[in-house]
Write a new protein. Structure first.
Length: 137
């Protein structure tokens, strides 16, 4: 018995395309309070992952106008009197920091049960008290 290879055409895959309006409607329905995106997707014959991809596109503005979910920016014009001092404000001003006090470097080891606290340099007394109280509890 002889077996011959039969040339079969590859399966035809059809890719569905949806209009922007359809995508917008599905996304808007999924954004409603208490809406289940999985139920909405299945009700419209699409995979829930596809709906999530459309939602990301919606957030990036790739599905046209996102509608009410985006804040519109409007131009603002300032009077000339307010615009002039802006150049002075543009210079960064370094805040004045208090001079650090010189202390000897050292450390303290504190053992509370099985826990060890090692303190280096100057320590805020209240912070250290909170740490020690937490270890005792």
């Amino acid at each position: 018995m002889t077996v011959r290879a039969i040339d079969t055409p590859p399966p035809v895959r059809t890719r569905r395309t949806h209009s922007l309006e359809f995508k917008r409607q599905i996304v808007q329905a999924s954004l409603a309070p208490n809406a289940s995106s999985a139920q909405i997707a299945m009700a419209h014959g699409i995979n829930p992952n596809q709906l999530h991809a459309w939602r990301r596109q919606w957030q990036r503005g790739e599905l046209g106008e996102p509608g009410e979910t985006t804040t519109a920016l409007i131009p603002v014009q300032l009077p000339a009197a307010i615009q002039e001092p802006v150049a002075e404000l543009a210079r960064p001003v370094a805040p004045k920091l208090p001079e650090p006090t010189r202390q000897r470097e050292g450390f303290i080891d504190i053992w509370v049960g099985d826990a060890q606290v090692r303190v280096h340099g100057a320590v805020n007394r209240d912070s250290l008290r909170c740490v020690l109280e937490a270890l005792r509890a």
